[in-house]
Design a protein around this ligand. Structure first.
Ligand code: ADQ
Length: 738
């Protein structure tokens, strides 16, 4: 794993600070820096991030410190103009994305200018990466501030290996779609080779958002984007446990702090809470639950103390000021109403504390109370456990922290239920020693094992695997169609056959199939293609004959194929079934089953065609619809096994029709009448078109419209791209030559 690494995150592991009028460098500790620094040293590379607002003064000195970072510290600072920085960081990142991703839609604020700043900031980061990039580098993008970056990089450096890790939760598909600019965010992420989340739950919600917002289906481990695989992973972040172990065993300041704390809290049980002062962390909820506990269990009074450490953060945002006021009020109220001259129930520390002090507190605390309302992972839970090698502590953990997925031996709480939280904390204080040790030792072993270094290695291995999978994927995936090549072939051909699907291929899908009438531009296009004397044009659709007559009847010189191949109409002739007689008496048996599915699936309906029955679930809830479609197909397969009928899944439909009624068979029939074309072009987007592609394997221009698995040799992005290509076929220069 020796590729150079470019780490990109909003902030660098270094901070610029003015001390005594001079810019100085402060090194930030923390898991991410601990994990990335050794990898960066081993592999070489850069860490790219924002150095913080610059101000007007001492720019030269500032620049020289930043230059020093590049040369000595592998850190490359991105400069954001003040306006961009504010809209990007305090605006879209922290007032739009942060609340929505943490299930606080009511806190969402959106300003289109902030979005522009977010785009601009991502662009500035992208430029910085492109400048420093060398072929073969692995780029690792961190977190919600930079969701557009993967696709921006893909546009600039098509072969770049880029992975994205989301540190915060990914919201449910009920919540995610409320986000302004949701499509762009998902598209931005899909530029990556690997998108990784803290938990499987978050990964599943991301897949659900892809389906609902972009209509993209995915597998648990992968999603296809334009014949490129994007790997999906759940990789829970860990900590660097040794940093804590070393402090506990060797650091003098920690030992001193610990001794002082023991003396200060002698005879009291210590509950510890350590958070950034953020509304997602559940601080007021904890304080209220604590007050309930003290009121209901009077024997705990004077025997227990809650040390709440809350480091100020994002102070420029009003909500955070309101939270600060609320927490101050609650702390004052508890201490004022319940405290005694000998006892302060809550010790509240509203500032950042040194690591040595934190380690001593973890070592001391009987219970660590981690109660976020929503959290990507929560490292405090793991840091506490890392300091409890002896097993003498209890972790109380919110089930809404990502950490809960891995730390089942903790006592889990629903922080919104303050009464039960209070009784769980009471239970934590009373836990039998055996049980306490057993739980903590299991947790401790897991925190040691799933540490941040393992996490970093797993991410980079997955990224490298994802990149090497590209080859496998492109072998079985269609190539992107190059217009110039197909135009050349078209131009030099003398006898051309064009078989085109309609819905999804020439026009987008509509809510109801009867609404798919063509726009004049589509009619003009088809008329021009059909009129050309070297062309034989066939429109192959799932629609019944009467729809096609109504829409395309005026274009006389074109084959029409209805109901996916069941009926054909040669140019200037009348409709004929592909085979006859066609049985239709089966409909009476199948219809009640489809109707039963309609009853179970709001938004779905049955369409009766001449030779087929179709259950449409386009308007139904997407995952439920897809699941029921599978169930319906397997039920029908069993029922129809002995007949010539089959149940087919298409784009949001299940269709029952005779097995021979397919587009491949219909094409055979057309080829019998229009033999040996020297240019064969077939385009479609649906499973019914696969029969066509299968029939035309060698030498034909088979084109799949949109991403996804197919037997076609080529693909184009969407129906608009296909139409633009077909329009060039009607231009004079292509018609004239040859
Ligand atoms: P955060 O929301 O910042 O991180 P968390 O995982 O708890 O949340 O990390 C906080 C870090 O800050 C811990 O290392 C803790 O020790 C430290 N800290 C907190 N209060 C402190 C104080 N008063 N003084 C000093 N240090 C303090 C985001 C996501 C999380 C995810 C991490 C890592 O929101 O869910 O776990 O990234 O992926």
């Amino acid at each position: 794993m020796s590729n150079r690494l470019i780490v990109v995150s909003n902030r660098l592991p270094l901070t610029l600070r003015k001390v005594d009028g001079h810019w100085t460098t402060e090194r930030s500790s923390g898991g991410l820096a601990s994990a990335m620094n050794p990898i960066l040293r081993r592999n070489g590379g850069d860490w790219i991030g924002w150095a913080g607002a610059g101000g007007e003064e001492d720019q030269e000195e500032r620049r020289s410190v930043l230059q020093d970072w590049v040369q000595k510290k592998q850190c490359f600072a991105v400069e954001l103009p003040d306006e961009v920085a504010t809209g990007f960081y305090e605006g879209y990142s922290n007032q739009t994305l942060w609340p929505v991703f943490h299930n606080f839609p009511s806190q969402l604020k959106f300003d289109a200018k902030d979005w522009q700043a977010y785009v601009e900031a991502n662009r500035i980061f992208s430029k910085a990466v492109v400048e420093r990039y060398k072929p073969g580098d692995l780029v690792w993008v961190h977190d919600y501030h930079l969701m557009l970056l993967p696709q921006m990089l893909r546009d600039e450096l098509p072969d770049v290996a880029v992975g994205f890790f989301l540190h915060i939760p990914f919201p449910s598909s009920e919540i995610f779609p409320i986000l302004p600019r949701r499509e762009e965010l998902l598209q931005g992420l899909l530029g990556a080779d690997l998108v990784a989340f803290q938990t499987h739950g978050h990964l599943q919600q991301f897949r659900s958002a892809l389906l609902r917002v972009l209509g993209i289906e995915s597998k648990v481990t992968e999603v296809a984007v334009d014949a490129r695989p994007v790997r999906l992973e759940a990789l829970p972040i860990g900590i660097a446990p040794k940093e804590y172990a070393d402090l506990l065993s060797h650091d003098e300041a920690t030992a001193r702090n610990h001794a002082e704390l023991i003396a200060r809290y002698a005879g009291r049980r210590v509950l510890l809470a350590v958070d950034r002062l953020d509304y997602t962390k559940g601080i007021p909820e904890r304080l209220r639950a604590y007050a309930l506990l003290l009121r209901s269990s009077s024997e705990l009074r004077e025997k227990v103390v809650l040390i709440q450490i809350a480091v100020p953060t994002r102070e420029g945002i009003d909500t955070y000021q309101d939270l600060r006021t609320e927490v101050n009020r609650l702390v004052g109220e508890i201490n004022g109403k319940l405290g005694t001259p000998n006892w302060t129930p809550v010790v509240y520390i509203n500032r950042s504390i040194e690591r040595a002090e934190l380690a001593a507190l973890y070592q001391l605390a009987d219970v660590c109370w981690v109660g976020p309302l929503r959290d990507g992972m929560n490292l405090v839970a793991k840091e506490y456990v890392a300091c409890k090698a002896e097993g003498n502590g209890v972790l109380v953990l919110s089930e809404f922290a990502g950490a809960a997925a891995e730390m089942g031996e903790a006592l889990l709480i629903n922080p919104f239920d303050e009464e039960r939280t209070a009784s769980t904390v009471e239970r934590a204080l009373a836990l039998e020693e055996d049980e306490r040790r057993q739980r903590m030792k299991t947790l401790h072993a897991r925190v040691l094992r799933n540490n941040v270094f393992r996490w970093g290695d797993r991410f980079l291995t997955a990224l490298q695997e994802a990149v090497s999978e590209r080859g496998r994927y492109t072998d079985t995936q269609p190539k992107r169609l190059r217009p110039a090549e197909v135009q050349q072939a078209y131009m030099s051909a003398r006898r051309r056959l064009l078989a085109l699907d309609y819905e999804g291929t020439l026009v987008p899908f509509t809510a109801h199939p009867h609404q798919s009438a063509p726009l004049p531009s589509v009619l003009t296009l088809l008329t021009a293609l059909a009129r050309e004397s070297k062309n034989c044009l066939a429109l192959m659709s799932g629609r019944p004959a009467e729809d096609l007559d109504r829409w395309f009847g005026a274009i006389g010189s074109m084959w029409l194929v209805a109901e996916n191949g069941a009926e054909l109409k040669p140019p200037g002739a009348s409709w004929e079934p592909l085979r006859s007689p066609v049985p239709t008496d089966w409909k009476a048996t199948v219809m009640p089953i489809l109707e039963h599915f309609v009853d179970r699936t709001p938004g779905s309906f049955v369409e009766e065609k001449k030779y087929a029955l179709v259950w449409h679930h386009r308007l139904a809830e997407p995952e439920f619809g897809a699941w029921l479609a599978n169930e319906l197909v397997s039920m029908l397969e069993a029922m129809l096994a002995e007949t010539e009928l089959r149940a087919f899944r298409g784009q949001k439909i299940v269709e029952v029709r005779p097995v021979w009624a397919n587009k491949g068979e219909a094409l055979e029939r057309i080829l019998a009448a229009y033999s040996q074309p020297d240019f064969l072009f077939a385009a479609g987007d649906d499973r019914t078109d696969e029969d066509l592609f299968e029939r035309l394997r060698d030498g034909a221009w088979t084109v799949h419209v949109g991403p996804g698995p197919t037997r076609a040799a080529f693909m184009v992005r969407d129906f608009e791209s296909l139409r633009s290509l077909l329009e060039t076929f009607t231009e004079a220069r292509y018609l004239r030559s040859a």
